[in-house]
Ligand binder design. Structure first.
Ligand SMILES: [Zn+2]
Length: 154
């Protein structure tokens, strides 16, 4: 899923639990679980892996990171009863951490993180390996709908 989707889910978990440790753990687990749903980014990742469409993959990650910042900032700006508590921060951190760890693995080819990369993609590819991925535009549209829906719970 996009960082934006993970971050929004993490913020909601943090707000709901109010406990930084629980928020972090549940945020982390939530990342792996929602990644199971096919969401259209396999082609992007394969383009990056096989070096056939690296520019596109990098541009996508940059746009995703900026979109996550914008969406999270806006969430806080219109929600009067939520200040950025430590629990919410930890929920966000836990929920985006798996992709961050993968980024470290990819950027520096850190061999000791290879197991985590496999672990992450075990969840990520669990369904899409068997039934195929959805087109990216539908994956993004679906996530937009989910984000708009989840805003109600923040
Ligand atoms: Zn992921």
């Amino acid at each position: 899923m996009t960082l934006t989707t993970h971050a929004v889910i993490g913020a909601i978990i943090g707000g709901a639990t109010g406990n930084p440790y629980m928020a972090f753990s549940l945020g982390f687990v939530s990342h792996l679980l929602v990644d199971i749903i096919p969401h259209g980014d396999r082609e992007l990742y394969e383009g990056h892996k096989t070096k056939t469409a690296q520019k596109r993959a990098i541009a996508f990650v940059i746009m995703d990171a900026i979109a996550a910042l914008i969406v999270i900032s806006l969430m806080f700006s219109y929600s009067p009863d939520h200040t950025l508590s430590f629990a919410i921060a930890m929920g966000i951190i836990g929920s985006v951490l798996p992709d961050f760890i993968n980024g470290i693995y990819e950027a520096w080819d850190v061999k000791s993180l290879e197991w985590f990369n496999k672990f992450h993609f075990f969840f990520h590819n669990m369904v899409s390996d068997r039934s195929g991925d959805v087109p990216l535009r539908y994956g993004l549209l679906g996530q937009l709908v989910v984000i708009l829906f989840l805003q109600r719970f923040f």
